[in-house]
Design a protein around this ligand. Structure first.
Ligand SMILES: Nc1ncnc2c1ncn2[C@@H]1O[C@H](COP(=O)(O)OP(=O)(O)O)[C@@H](O)[C@H]1O
Ligand SMILES: Cc1cn([C@H]2C[C@H](O)[C@@H](COP(=O)(O)O)O2)c(=O)[nH]c1=O
Length: 707
């Protein structure tokens, strides 16, 4: 329930954000339902300012709205005025739902971090003047964008869910600062992995990287490779690239290539082909083409890769011209070449060229292959030749779920709903298990055929009978199916109940027909609600070498890997722009030892949208401000001062007493030198120290005079 309220409140916030959105929604078949819900919910939950803001957005369009059924429905709510706003008392007793909703709204509104200092909790929903200011600020910021660390500019809403924060944890030694930091970092990390998990023994690097690849931990392998700055064996590069290609982790593949360049590794011919495949699949055809031209010996694989790259990128004509060039050079195409050629012909709807290639395929006597048959069927279906498509299916020697699905999708493309369902049942009867794409085609056919009950039954049978988990797209088709059948309320409930509620396609389906200007913006809003923190990193000062450099360790021995740094400004460089961009939470331990703390934290939170958790000593052994920890309080979202137990009396300890005579501020040590103490024992401790010092000095003087 909470989530559903938040969902609609987020939509409401978006309406307020975008001047034309309310009007477009209200006039639209699906949209008016959404806006009605937004009006009702904002009213029910006492968001009067929001309600008023939506009404204001609709105001200039009243006349136009009267002309559509949806518009009239919306206006009837505005005009009926029958739902009372919650009383002030009720508002005081409002639940977590309300608080969360308010937080979400203000998170949305105060997204640009220059405004982050307005804390959600401090803003009351009925604080009208402030709210109005907020509205004008939203409008002013509608076009706000800021560059990412990699230099790209992100729109305001692209940043939703990346709201930066700074939290500061201070206190004396032994107060539990590091322990708290570790707990916070662990809870922020969904996958428990940390950047900078360094490899000490470079002799084992190849082995480690391979092991990581074999156990599916490519991300870690690439991260480690890029941190090391050394060449690895060609076969290790090959394995890493292969894994990246296989998993479609193209960005990681590029990082491997950059690493090769940085460490001066010159790839052999077969690695160049792997790189070519990587870039072609990633759609970076400029680089792919350079690599292709650089190949000393072009192979069929390299021709196929570059052709497929162009076809997949939608540059089918270039792909086909390369195919002709390849033929001129005397190369005989194989099944992969044909798959690309048929795909290109079907996209360009050039049946003649497709037929010619089909002729070459027959002559070449390449044995039946599901990939080729499916591409060929797709070509005939898309080139309005369903009979030939069916013939290809009939003649295909090898049939599997892919060929069946191509046939079913092909019929769906031509709106042949009964053929879709017949083929589906035939496929089941022949013992093939449908997959997600098959069900997508079946559900779409039901949607186009208005077969609501059948669609619902197929949807239910996916998991129940075939163990196929419905994904966002399936939910989206169901929403579409219900929407087309005019069952908007059901469609909305379906979205609310769906586990894929945050899936952009589901909301896209509901709002798709709404002429919503910034669908992408809504997507990011929906996504922002359930965002998982994928990437966290901890930094500590490399001055503290007590427990080794690669971990931060609490006084009672808990550890986490970290990046030791001499200077915070090196962090981004060490990690690489790409990894830094993905980071969501940055922990800094022993912050008192870092210069440039203010600049680092404000950039990370304000500009780059990171959550920064800083732990450090607020005061040194003399209780003077230590380093620049206190400088960041004005830019912090929260400050927590922890206490330890006084070593003398067991009361709360706020200060750190240095037991030795050393007077330099920075002195790395533990319990042998420092002890946490309460105020009373800090003062008496200082007196004891002073007295002891004086006595010792006196003794020394006496001894030297005697001598
Ligand atoms: N006098 C003390 N008061 C509180 N905790 C102490 C004391 N002496 C040792 N400890 C241990 O230190 C732990 C806190 O360690 P840590 O998180 O590393 O502190 P900090 O980072 O603030 O120095 C406590 O959980 C406790 O087990
Ligand atoms: C008070 C005080 C401390 N230090 C050093 C001692 C330790 O190495 C760290 C504090 O570590 P902890 O995680 O908080 O235990 O700071 C110092 O150099 N100067 C001081 O005055």
């Amino acid at each position: 329930m909470e989530a559903s309220n938040n969902g609609i409140i987020r939509v409401a916030a978006e309406i307020v954000n975008s001047p034309g959105a309310a009007f477009r929604l209200a006039r639209n078949k699906f949209g008016n339902y959404v806006i009605q819900a937004a009006l009702k919910k904002t009213k029910e939950q006492g968001f009067k300012s929001f309600y008023d803001a939506i009404v204001r957005r609709l105001e200039p369009h009243r006349r136009a709205l009267r002309q559509t059924a949806g518009g009239k429905n919306v206006l009837s709510i505005v005009e009926a005025d029958d739902i009372p706003f919650q009383s002030a008392e009720e508002q005081n007793h409002s639940s977590v739902i309300r608080r969360n909703a308010v937080r979400n709204i203000y998170r949305l509104q105060y997204q640009p971090s220059s405004l982050q200092s307005h804390r959600c909790a401090k803003i009351k929903p009925f604080d009208k003047p402030r709210f109005l200011t907020t509205l004008s600020v939203i409008n002013a910021l509608a076009n706000y964008s800021r560059p990412s660390s990699s230099g790209q500019s992100r729109g305001l809403c692209a940043e939703v869910g990346r709201s930066g924060e700074i939290h500061v944890i201070v206190g004396p030694m032994f107060a539990g600062k590091t322990t708290t930091l570790l707990k916070r970092m662990k809870s922020e990390s969904s996958n428990g992995r940390f950047q900078g998990d360094s490899i000490k023994n470079s002799c084992h690097l190849d082995r480690t990287l391979k092991d990581l690849c074999f156990t599916g931990r490519v991300k870690e392998a690439v991260g480690i490779l890029c941190c090391t700055g050394v060449k690895v064996f060609p076969e290790t590069y090959s394995l890493l690239l292969q894994e990246c290609i296989f998993r479609r982790e193209y960005k990681k593949g590029r990082r491997i290539h950059w690493q090769m360049v940085v460490v001066g590794f010159i790839p052999e011919e077969y690695l160049k082909i792997k790189l070519l495949i990587l870039y072609a699949k990633a759609g970076d055809l400029d680089t792919a083409h350079i690599l292709f031209d650089m190949l000393v010996m072009k192979t069929l694989i390299s021709w196929n890769s570059i052709i497929a790259g162009y076809v997949q990128k939608g540059l089918e004509e270039v792909g086909l011209s390369l195919y002709h060039r390849m033929r001129q050079y005397g190369w005989m195409p194989d099944q992969y070449t044909f798959a690309s050629v048929f795909r290109a012909c079907s996209s360009l709807a050039i049946l003649e060229q497709g037929k010619q290639a089909h002729g070459i395929l027959i002559k070449s006597q390449i044995s039946g292959n599901v990939v080729v048959s499916s591409a060929l069927m797709d070509m005939y279906f898309k080139c309005s030749n369903p009979e030939d498509g069916f013939q290809v299916f009939v003649k295909s020697l090898e049939r599997n779920v892919i060929t069946w699905t191509s046939l079913i999708s092909g019929y769906g493309l031509h709106g042949q709903v009964s053929e879709v369902l017949d083929s589906f049942h035939q496929m089941i009867n022949e013992g093939f298990k449908p997959n997600q794409i098959t069900f997508l085609a079946v559900l779409s056919a039901c949607s186009h055929g208005g077969l609501v009950d059948e669609g619902r039954e197929y949807f239910l049978s996916m998991m129940r009978d075939y163990g196929v988990q419905p994904r966002g797209k399936h939910y989206a088709v169901m929403v579409d199916l219900l929407g087309r059948a005019g069952r908007l309320e059901e469609a909305y409930t379906f979205v609310e109940m769906s586990p894929c509620k945050d899936h952009p396609a589901v909301w896209g389906a509901l709002l798709g027909a709404c002429l919503w200007k910034n669908v992408a913006e809504i997507r990011s809003v929906m996504k922002g609600s359930g965002i998982k923190k994928e990437s966290v990193a901890i930094i500590k000062s490399n001055k503290d070498t007590r427990y080794g450099l690669d971990s931060i360790v609490t006084h009672d021995g808990e550890k986490l890997p970290c990046l030791p740094l001499s200077d915070l400004s090196l962090f981004q460089e060490k990690l690489g722009a790409e990894v830094y961009d993905k980071l969501e939470v940055i922990g800094i331990d022993e912050a008192q030892f870092f210069e440039g703390l203010y600049d680092f934290c404000s950039k990370a939170a304000d500009h780059d949208g990171k959550t920064v958790i800083v732990a450090g000593l607020d005061g040194d052994y003399l209780r003077r401000s230590f380093g620049s920890v206190l400088d960041i309080i004005p830019i912090a979202d929260s400050v927590t001062k922890l206490t330890a137990r006084c070593e003398v009396c067991g009361k709360r300890a706020f200060f750190t007493l240095r037991k030795t005579d050393e007077t330099k501020t920075e002195l790395i040590a533990g319990a042998e030198v420092y002890m946490p103490v309460c105020r009373q024992h800090y003062v008496s401790g200082q007196v004891v120290k002073e007295t002891t010092k004086a006595v010792l000095e006196l003794q020394n003087r006496q001894i030297s005079s005697i001598l």
